[in-house]
Design a protein around this ligand. Structure first.
Ligand SMILES: Cc1cc2nc3c(=O)[nH]c(=O)nc-3n(C[C@H](O)[C@H](O)[C@H](O)COP(=O)(O)OP(=O)(O)OC[C@H]3O[C@@H](n4cnc5c(N)ncnc54)[C@H](O)[C@@H]3O)c2cc1C
Length: 660
């Protein structure tokens, strides 16, 4: 990333450098080999981390947000930070973190950014200098050339300050839901324009680089979070949306969930006839388990399940069996280089393009225009290649909102439509992570990111519980989320990265969050562990993940509680460790929680006071506007949602064809 400094005063910049060098300091560790010694001696400032953070602020933050960071730096400097040694600086940052929730959040953000750059900065020709010491090889293969992997979806070029287009249907968002609806409507003969806020990137752009992947393919550059930092929000933002970066875990919507949704007013979804929608997406994605293989992380998970007598099964995945190369699959969170991942970019969007749909990328839908309670047009801001912007109006009497469950309600709220439920009932499938450190190398970046699961705990509180799964090891993301006691401890933990196997839980929400918009019309996610069942499930999940890690032979187990740091080493009292997990704080920024599944914020239902769209998917209050993504879910499905999103979208597409 090019560094363009200049939004902080010299004093604030110096303090930021000092803070980064406290999180990732230079420490003298004599009894190690040269590579490790150089790693311990390397500080954040040796990689220009503070300048990178300042540059990121300059490019992404509003003046008042930059000022808030500046004031935090002033407050740190005001405590005499400059004159302190490393231990005193470490103690000061911890003490300040306990002083007020917003200070804790601000420091956690600075810490996360420090580690993001410290372990993530790299290019295709220049690896990160820390990688050899932590055993991370970096990219394992080169991206194919544009000639080898041509872009086959034609884009509609938009130039100038204002442009107007006409279409039968305008679809906002090209992810799991939007992709399916684009294909089905184009196939049905409708003229379709798809607006996608992200860019069009394919295999030739996927370099197996974590930082680049986050910034180019994820919502908010991969740094999105709830308003108070209680949960990190991972969502795709590129042509194909989340399906380009996801882990290909395909699960059919469970029958009890279909019955629950039918009771909410999604008629017929519980009936056998609905299978045709699931089958259609299953087939187009080529879902199979023949290409599923287990890496070392998953072998440990399976061994643990067997040891504890838990059921487990290999995953069915939307992987092309012809080009499956498991050795590089661990990097596909940054895009699949081989083209094996059957994202909507490779399937439904291609079908839509082949049937004549038009695509505009870099197009952020700002609002939906209506006339007498009917859809009339979508107004979008288009960012041109030179960075300038223009306004695009797509006149269409049918609009499909499929911008993902964070951005879809924001679009409705900006447009003043959707009724009282717009943004409410947000479900996130909160995920916890517990890492096991093993004697033998795991190399968690090798092999398929997800390939097995256990549903032993899926119904431990009525219809609520959690799935047990596993994930990849990406150094910057791990480093950002790991607890930090001091710079040396953090580096020591990273030094064992090649031996780490991360197990995760994915819980079915009992409570809910909300999406609102701020004064600038931007989506703001509100969510926390206020619901007692969700809090209980989250802690129980960490306990069970820890038990599994121990059963699999972990020598050390690390939770992602931030403070106090909760870890266990072989020989220590395990029951006391589990009890400490149960006692831990789930207050914002005391635990690293994640969501890769956002749902329900424009839900379908029969009651207009409690749902946004009717049982067919059309808004209660605005004819011609349909909800086509995960935000349409009446409740959380409790399983990885891609197949549920796509099949519900397939049904909604049929309803649109019938209605128009
Ligand atoms: C890292 C990761 C791993 C995952 N793994 C799995 C898995 O293994 N299995 C599974 O079932 N699910 C998985 N998921 C979840 C799944 O991919 C998502 O739930 C799914 O993609 C959501 O579909 P959607 O249609 O609701 O939105 P998305 O797929 O998120 O698409 C929304 C699109 O809308 C665009 N957009 C947003 N706002 C605007 C706007 N105003 N104007 C224009 N465009 C806009 C976005 O850029 C985005 O491309 C994973 C998700 C992530 C992030």
């Amino acid at each position: 990333m090019a560094v363009t400094v200049g939004v902080l005063s010299d004093t604030r910049r110096r303090t930021l450098e000092g803070v980064c060098d406290t999180f990732a300091p230079s420490v003298d560790v004599p009894d190690v080999d040269d590579t490790a010694r150089a790693f311990y001696a390397r500080a954040a400032s040796d990689l220009g981390v503070a300048a990178q953070i300042e540059s990121l602020l300059a490019q992404t933050a509003l003046p008042e947000e930059i000022e808030a960071t500046g004031q935090l730096l002033d407050a740190i400097a005001g405590q005499g930070f400059d004159g302190y040694d490393l231990d005193a600086r470490t103690a000061l940052l911890h003490a300040m973190g306990e002083s007020a929730p917003e200070v804790k959040f601000g420091l956690r953000q600075l810490r996360a950014l420090t580690f993001l750059f410290f372990y993530g900065l790299a290019t295709t020709t220049e690896p990160n200098p820390n990688w050899p010491a932590i055993g991370y090889p970096g990219p394992r293969s080169a991206a194919p050339s544009p000639e080898q992997a041509p872009k086959t979806i034609e884009l509609l070029p938009i130039r100038g300050e204002t442009t107007e287009l006409d279409a039968d249907v305008c679809i906002v968002g090209s992810g799991a839901g939007g992709g399916v609806i684009a294909a089905e409507l184009a196939r049905a003969g409708r003229t379709v324009v798809v607006l996608e806020m992200g860019s069009y990137r394919n295999e030739s752009d996927f370099h197996q680089l974590e930082l680049q992947g986050m910034f180019e393919l994820y919502l908010g550059g991969g740094l999105a979070a709830s308003e108070d930092g209680s949960i990190a929000v991972l969502a795709g933002s590129t042509l194909g949306g989340g399906t380009v970066v996801n882990y290909m875990n395909c699960i059919r919507t469970p029958q009890p969930i279909r019955e629950e949704w039918a009771a909410h007013g999604v008629e017929g979804i519980d009936q056998p006839g609905y299978e045709e929608h699931i089958d259609a997406v299953w087939q187009r994605l080529g879902v199979n388990d023949t290409a599923t293989s287990q890496n070392r992380t998953h072998k440990r998970l399976i061994a643990a399940c067997e040891e504890l007598g838990y059921p487990h099964r290999p995953l069915t995945r939307n992987a092309d069996t012809a080009c499956e190369d498991p050795s590089t699959c661990g990097y596909c969170y940054a895009g699949c280089q081989t083209g094996c991942k059957q994202s909507t970019m490779k399937t439904f969007l291609q079908d839509a393009a082949d049937a004549g749909a038009k695509f505009v990328v870099g197009a952020r839908a700002e609002r939906i225009l209506t006339h007498h309670g009917r859809a009339r047009a979508v107004v979008a801001t288009v960012t041109h290649e030179d960075g300038s912007t223009g306004e695009l109006t797509v006149n269409a009497s049918t609009v499909v909102v499929a911008a993902g469950a964070i951005e879809s309600p924001a679009l409705l709220l900006r447009s003043g439509i959707g009724g009282p439920a717009a943004g409410r009932h947000l479900r996130l499938h909160p995920a916890s992570l517990v890492a096991g450190v093993y004697e033998q190398p795991i190399e968690g970046w090798v092999g398929q990111i997800q390939s097995a699961l256990s549903d032993q705990f899926k119904h431990i509180e009525d219809e609520h519980g959690f799935l047990i799964e596993a994930t990849t090891v990406a150094p910057a993301i791990v480093a950002m989320s790991l607890p930090w006691e001091d710079g040396l401890q953090h580096k020591r933990t990273l030094g064992r990265l090649a031996h780490v196997a991360p197990f995760i839980s994915v819980a079915r929400d009992h409570g809910e969050g909300q999406v609102v918009i701020d004064d600038y019309g931007r989506a703001v996610t509100r969510w926390g562990f206020g619901d007692e069942v969700d809090a209980r499930l989250f802690k129980r999940a960490m306990v069970e993940l820890a038990r599994l890690q121990r059963a699999a032979g972990a020598k050390e187990i690390i939770t992602f509680y931030q403070r106090p740091v909760l870890r266990w080493s072989e020989g220590e009292d395990f029951d006391a460790f589990l009890a400490a997990i149960e006692d831990g704080s789930l207050e914002p920024n005391d635990i690293a929680a994640f969501t890769a599944h956002q749902m329900g914020s424009c839900r379908m239902g029969s009651d207009p006071s409690d749902s946004v769209a009717d049982g067919r998917g059309e808004l209660h209050d605005t004819k011609g506007v349909w909800i086509g993504d995960a935000s349409a879910f009446p409740t959380a499905p409790g399983v990885n949602p891609m197949i549920s999103i796509m099949s519900l979208a397939h049904r909604t597409a049929a309803n649109i064809v019938q209605a128009t």
